[in-house]
Design a protein around this ligand. Structure first.
Ligand code: ATP
Length: 328
C-alpha cells in the first residue's frame, strides 16, 4: 500500500461509548504494525486546539481493551465550531507533524471532521462511537451492543422486584431520536410495551394494552420508554396518567440514565473496535479520506462522512412486529 503518511492522530469526541478504548488500542497498534507514529489527542477537538498530545506506542495501550470510557477523555468544543478554532487545530496538527486524523465519535464529531477536511484538505477518517446506533453506513455503532447488554441486565433485575410486588414499571432508556436501544432491549427483556420515537402508540392504546395483559393473567408488567418517545408525556407524567387510569397496579419508574454508556465493552464491541481501527488506519495509508468505517454484511466498508451523518437509521419493522407478537 502507498504509505506517504508517517504520523496519525487519534481522538475521541462527543458522548463516550464502551469500546472507544478498544478502538484507540487498535489504531495505535495498527500504526505500530505499519511502522508509523501515532499520537493520542486528549479531550477531543478541545485538546486538538490546545495541542494536548501524547505519543503512543503499542505497549502504551496495554490493559485497556476491557475498559469502558476513553483513556483519551472526550469533550465538546465550542471553539472548534469557529473558523479560528479550526485554524488553530490545523496549526497544531502541522506543528506536530500529524498527517492524518482518526475521529472516534458521533455525527457531530464527524461534521467537525468533514469541515476540517474541507477547509484544510486534511485527511480524516471516522469511527462511529455512540451507543445510539444512529449512524448510517454501519449496522452497529461502537458501544451499541454493550449498552444493549447493560440495559437487558437492568431490566432482568427490575423484573425480579416487579414480579415480587405485582408492579408495573416504566423503564426509560437512551434514544432521543431513534428507538434501537428500546426496541431491542424491550424484546430481549420481555417488555409488555415499547415506546419509541418512530411510533406514537397513543395513551389510550397503551392503557388498553396494559389492561389486556392484566386480564390475561400477568401480574407484573414492564414498559420500555425511549427518551424521545412520541407519546407526549415524560416518563413521570406517564406514570401519573396510568396510575389515574388503571387500577390494581403499583406503578413505578426507573430511569437508567448514564449507566448505559459505561461498563466493560462486550466481546462484540471489542472485536468491532479492533476491526474498525485497522480499517481506519489502513484506509488513511491507502490515501483515502473523509470516510467513516462501518460494518455491513459482516464486512468493513467505507461510507462518505456526509452520507453517514445524513438522515436517521431506520427502525427494523420486523422487530416491531416480533415485539407485538411477543407481548400477546
Ligand atoms: P453524540 O452522538 O454522543 O452526541 P457527537 O459526536 O454527535 O456524539 P456532538 O456534541 O454533537 O457529539 O459533537 C462533538 C463535537 O464535534 C462538538 O463539541 C464540536 O466540537 C464538534 N462539532 C459538532 N458539530 C460541528 C460543526 N457543525 N462544526 C464544527 N464542529 C462541530
Amino acid at each position: 500500500m502507498p504509505n506517504k503518511i508517517k504520523k496519525i492522530g487519534v481522538l475521541t469526541s462527543g458522548g463516550d461509548s464502551p469500546g472507544m478504548n478498544a478502538a484507540i488500542r487498535s489504531v495505535v497498534r495498527t500504526c505500530a504494525y505499519h511502522n508509523i507514529e501515532c499520537v493520542g489527542i486528549y479531550r477531543g477537538y478541545e485538546g486538538l486546539i490546545e495541542g494536548d498530545f501524547k505519543s503512543m506506542d503499542a505497549r502504551s495501550v496495554k490493559g485497556i481493551i476491557n475498559k469502558g470510557g476513553t483513556i483519551l477523555k472526550s469533550a465538546r468544543s465550542k471553539e472548534f465550531r469557529t473558523k479560528e478554532g479550526r485554524q488553530q487545530a490545523f496549526n497544531k496538527l502541522v506543528e506536530a507533524g500529524i498527517e492524518g486524523l482518526v475521529v472516534v465519535g458521533g455525527d457531530g464529531s464527524f461534521t467537525g471532521a468533514m469541515i476540517l477536511n474541507k477547509e484544510f484538505d486534511f485527511p480524516v477518517m471516522g469511527i462511529p462511537g455512540t451507543i445510539d446506533n444512529d449512524i448510517v453506513g454501519t449496522t452497529h455503532t461502537l458501544g451499541f451492543d454493550t449498552a444493549l447488554n447493560t440495559v437487558v441486565d437492568a431490566i432482568d433485575k427490575i423484573r425480579d422486584t416487579a414480579s415480587s410486588h405485582n408492579r408495573l414499571f416504566f423503564i426509560e432508556v437512551m434514544g432521543r431520536d431513534v428507538g434501537h436501544i428500546a426496541l431491542n432491549t424491550g424484546i430481549a427483556g420481555g417488555a409488555e410495551e415499547i415506546l419509541i420515537p418512530e411510533e406514537d402508540l397513543g395513551l389510550d392504546r397503551l392503557v388498553e394494552s396494559l389492561k389486556r395483559s392484566r386480564k390475561s393473567g400477568k401480574t407484573s408488567s414492564i414498559v420500555i420508554v425511549a427518551e424521545g418517545d412520541k407519546i407526549g408525556k415524560n416518563i413521570f407524567e406517564l406514570k401519573d396518567y396510568v396510575d389515574e387510569n388503571m387500577e390494581g397496579y403499583d406503578v413505578r419508574v426507573s430511569v437508567l440514565g448514564h449507566m448505559q454508556r459505561g461498563g466493560s465493552p462486550s466481546c462484540f464491541d471489542r472485536v468491532l473496535a479492533s476491526r474498525m481501527g485497522v480499517k481506519a488506519v489502513e484506509s488513511l495509508l491507502e490515501g483515502k479520506s473523509n470516510f467513516m468505517v462501518g460494518l455491513q454484511n459482516n464486512n468493513m466498508e467505507l461510507t462518505p462522512l456526509d452520507n453517514a451523518i445524513k438522515g436517521k437509521t431506520k427502525i427494523n419493522l420486523e422487530l416491531l412486529r416480533v415485539s407485538d407478537i411477543m407481548s400477546t
